[in-house]
Design a protein around this ligand. Structure first.
Ligand SMILES: [Zn+2]
Length: 117
């Protein structure tokens, strides 16, 4: 029997989109301890972001925003970007960033049960 465990397509590491990059840069500017920014994408198109420090602790407030809009959507205003509507979550590291093991540890700590597909 053959097992198809390893997908040969190497999954590229998640990186922020251009418009997210600008936001991330702004967050890091105000968070000198930040070594990366957790990016949480919601199905409605809104985003939540927060800087994390080297211990995986929050290094900034959580910022919620929506592209080219003055505020987040009505849904998010109501449920604050509920867990169940999260489509993606990852950390955008300040390069070079910590080693892989540390990244993993912080990702687990910060993102916990968020979908990280
Ligand atoms: Zn929203």
């Amino acid at each position: 029997m053959k097992e198809k465990k390893n997908s040969k397509a190497s999954k590229s590491r998640r990186v922020a989109e251009k418009n997210e990059k600008a936001m991330i840069a702004g967050i890091l500017e105000g968070s000198p301890d930040g070594i990366g920014v957790a990016v949480i994408r919601l199905e409605c198109g809104c985003r939540k972001m927060a800087a994390v420090d080297k211990e995986g602790e929050p290094a900034s407030k959580i910022v919620a925003y929506r592209d080219s809009a003055m505020s987040i959507c009505d849904k998010c205003k109501k449920d604050h970007g509920d867990f169940s509507r999260v489509t993606e979550a990852f950390i955008d590291w300040v390069e070079p960033g910590p080693d892989a093991a540390t990244r993993k540890k912080i990702e687990v700590k910060v993102l916990g049960n968020y979908p990280q597909a």
